[in-house]
Design a protein around this ligand. Sequence first.
Ligand code: AGP
Length: 643
Amino acid sequence: MCGIVGFTGTRPASPILIEGLKRLEYRGYDSAGVAVEEGSRIQVVCRTGKISTLEQSLAQFSLTGPCGIGHTRWATHGTPSEVNAHPHLSCDGKIAIVHNGIIENHEELRRILEGRGHTFTSQTDSEVIVHLIEDAYSMLAFDSSEEDDLADAEGARRPHTPTSELAAGKPSLLAQAVSMACGFLIGSWAICVMTEYEPGKIVCARKESPLVIGRGAAGVHVASDVAALADLVGEVAVLADGQIAELAPHGFVVFGSHDDELIRVRPETMKLSGRSDTADRGQYADFMLKEIYEQPRVIRDTLEGRFDGGELTIEELGLTHEELNLIDRVYLIACGTSYHASLVAKNLIEGWARIPCEVEVASEFRYRNPIVTPSTLVVAVSQSGETADTLAAIRDARIKGAKVFGITNVLGSPVARESDGVIYTKANKEVAVASTKSFTGQLVSLTLLAMLLAQSKGRLKQGQMRLLFRELASTAAQAEQILKDTERVHQAALASKDAKSAMFIGRGMGAAVAEEGALKLKEVSYLHAEAYPAGEMKHGPIALIEPGFPVIAVATESPTYEKVLSNIQEAKARGAMVVAVATEGDERISEHADEVIYIPKIRDAFSPITAIIPLQLLARDIALLRGCNIDQPRNLAKSVTVE
Ligand code: AGP
């Protein structure tokens, strides 16, 4: 979703901002803009569409100023357009802001501000922030000039420059004005602000939306995502909720709020690897394909070092066997693909550990009153680690006293920081909006968690654990084998590409794989797809089937294989074009399905890890045949940071 970058230093800001925005492109956006201090003025340039369009426009302006802020916008309030794109300016054009998040009370604030004479130029919720800051600033500036007059009279007036304020550790007028303005906001925000009144300075504030700050060779950088800062800074300060940061060309300070006073605090810091995974898609045509092919590596990396000495260990969870043994209920909370990985895990946790497990979409969980007690384990699964609904669910669960684990792909992400323990999925940066390799990382991590719970409950003995672990590890080689021959997938794509709609079916583990397969197809090819547990088909969805209608069946070897085969025949009898994902050696299936994609034989518990691969490839292949943008599907954002 929206992305923020900012820079103040000794080099022209504009190219640095553009480079940062490009690194955030993967998050999804529909317009972009920058504000750069040019001489004594703030120059704003916004464009709809791609960053490259903004970059071309900027070339005409020849901006050289060394301080600026930039933004990619994913429209929530107001259409994607230049007027709604950030940065937004105050009425006098002297203050500029960029904002990530949602201001829930924006309508009320807009009414009040308009009543006070402010003129709005956009339909966004964000614009209220800059007008609030404008009011707060003029009030504080008035008070301060009164004080300065007094100090002048006493011969004690101090110079009013950003650097001297930073050195003194005192908040500037802008920082105070931002802090005051935030006091009126309800919702979530990460904001960066600059003003002509205080050249060379950027003030940042956050609540629930991330912001990180780092010192580089040419100045100080701020961004909403560390991806924008890789290679530029070695370490970042992670701004916490309620903190305000003030950036100047040679350093930055962070303030916390105590009794309405801004007091300097030491921020939490995080080292960066210095590697930007976003840059290179290598030999692959798109990131989605590259990431699909990375899955064998993800499986190996996620398993590495987990089963040394004959026992499964996940130290990051920070719980003893005894504490794990006390857990009597598990909630898996997630959205989208992460939700589908959780559906698989429910079967494993209940099957192996015999602990009741519920899987819930985070946006529902947060508004219910679920039964959560101190012996409940809440597992938040999120690739990005910053999904707003999942974060809200974590907070809610913690208030209710539950232990919360995060399963995430992003080091130091809000999910990681706000959970009691965290498992990293080792997928490395996922750039394509459609999740593929992170699904695999989640499946493997959740499988380990299920095994650990079963081990702690004494339900799985050492020998069984060893056997399971060995089989789990073998999925890496199997994934490689599947990826070597994709011809049958391509045939299935050709047979399905002109359809208007498709149905995915499966049972047990296969039902969760079907859900994820349908989501992939919808996301990247815009072909309508639904997933049903195969047994549900005759309770309604079968009415959709007509000659040529694609039914994609997950029919791998499992206790319900015969049932799935019957469902395939029911679909076939009504003219469906059936594509089946089946286990090597299954000859019966080819009598009933039009296209069969074989995968190697594997235990049912682990079959989702390999069965999903042909469906990921199928979705991408169909999307290519339909001429879609594979990595950045329309309307979608990689990180869903608003509700
Ligand atoms: C998956 O392809 C989607 N991009 C989307 O459903 C995603 O899984 C969902 O938004 C959850 O994101 P998260 O894992 O980062 O929390």
